[in-house]
Design a protein around this ligand. Structure first.
Ligand code: PDD
Length: 299
């Protein structure tokens, strides 16, 4: 039985989760004790923003889900049309118009063994949904956030969106302890890779709108890609995929982070130092709007 207090305190009444074909009250939903996601982190996830009841950038998130699973040799838990139906059913059953939909697929439940079973078990699919703190997001857009740089201590396949997030959460914790809302991870050569749960961007002194080029060192953010497309279509400065150092970020005109949870959120302080004049920059605001327009979000 789940801990009653936990479900009462954290799950608003009526919150529904999906687990392997069943819609259940959030506090009663669970997976097998030998689920490989639980025991080995053998699992990937996606987070999509839901606005006005519609999952944003849905196809791109499902493409990335399929890619992550493919890299690990895990089968898609169901066809795309069925997945989309479950997503819509979750939105309807949770009665959430604006929120975040979380999807996770594990390799499934099997007797514990590091080597994945040859004829794998049926993958586990779970979905949860929660409301977005829209007021908090509006305030971050208005005031900007502080980020703190920390060494990137993750593995060599950050392009796969796995649930193995310990280094990410340790980085976030460290950032929080130093007054930051996000951590920017720095590789051994002093270049920023990305945020703990976002992609990192600067508007450099020379006007470049820069974000790290795709490789195994970062996650190919869906929001990142759409911003790149929207910004270059609109002829925004020089939009480039390239590395930048912490020193270059500190000297930047503007900085921002991108993710499904917040599009382009201004960064106004890095390691305690103001970026530009310490207020959200005009290009960041413009890019946020361009993203919203491209993603079909009404503002
Ligand atoms: N994080 N980089 C990392 C390490 C991420 O975890 C995320 C997303 C991103 C941005 O990707 P996208 O634009 O597709 O959301 C970049 C999600 C939101 C999370 O972990 O909650």
């Amino acid at each position: 039985m789940p801990d009653k207090k936990w479900s009462e305190s954290r799950a608003p009444a009526g919150r529904i989760a999906y687990v392997n074909g069943r819609y259940l009250p959030h506090g009663q939903a669970g997976v097998h004790i030998e689920d490989r996601g639980l025991q080995l982190g053998d699992s990937i996830y996606e987070v999509t923003n839901v606005l006005d009841g519609v999952p944003i950038d849905e196809a791109a998130h499902l493409d990335r889900m399929e890619r992550s699973l493919g890299e690990l040799g895990i089968a898609m838990p169901m066809g795309r049309a069925a997945l989309k139906l479950v997503m819509r059913e979750m939105i309807a059953r949770n009665r959430i118009r604006n929120g975040l939909l979380y999807l996770q697929v594990t390799r499934g439940a099997a007797r514990r063994d590091h080597v994945p079973p040859k004829d794998g078990p049926r993958p586990t699919l779970i979905m949860t949904m929660r409301t977005q703190d829209m007021a908090g997001l509006a305030s971050r857009m208005e005031k900007g956030i502080a980020v703190v740089t920390v060494p990137d201590q993750r593995w060599a396949r950050c392009d796969i969106k796995t649930v193995q997030l310990l280094p990410n959460l340790m980085a976030k914790q460290a950032a929080k302890a130093r007054g930051g809302a996000e951590a920017w991870l720095v590789d051994k050569d002093g270049f920023v890779t990305e945020g703990a749960s976002t992609n990192a961007w600067i508007v450099a002194q020379n006007g470049d709108v820069a974000t790290r080029d795709l490789s195994n060192a970062i996650l190919a953010g869906v929001t990142r890609r759409i911003i790149l497309e929207a910004a270059s279509e609109a002829g925004v400065n020089k939009v480039v995929e390239r590395k930048f150092t912490v020193a270059e970020a500190l000297a930047a005109r503007e900085a921002f982070i991108s993710s499904a949870t917040g599009a382009a959120v201004p960064v106004v302080v890095i390691d305690g130092q103001k970026i530009g004049d310490g207020a959200p920059g005009p290009l960041t605001r413009r890019i946020h709007k361009l993203y919203a327009c491209k993603a079909g979000i009404k503002s």
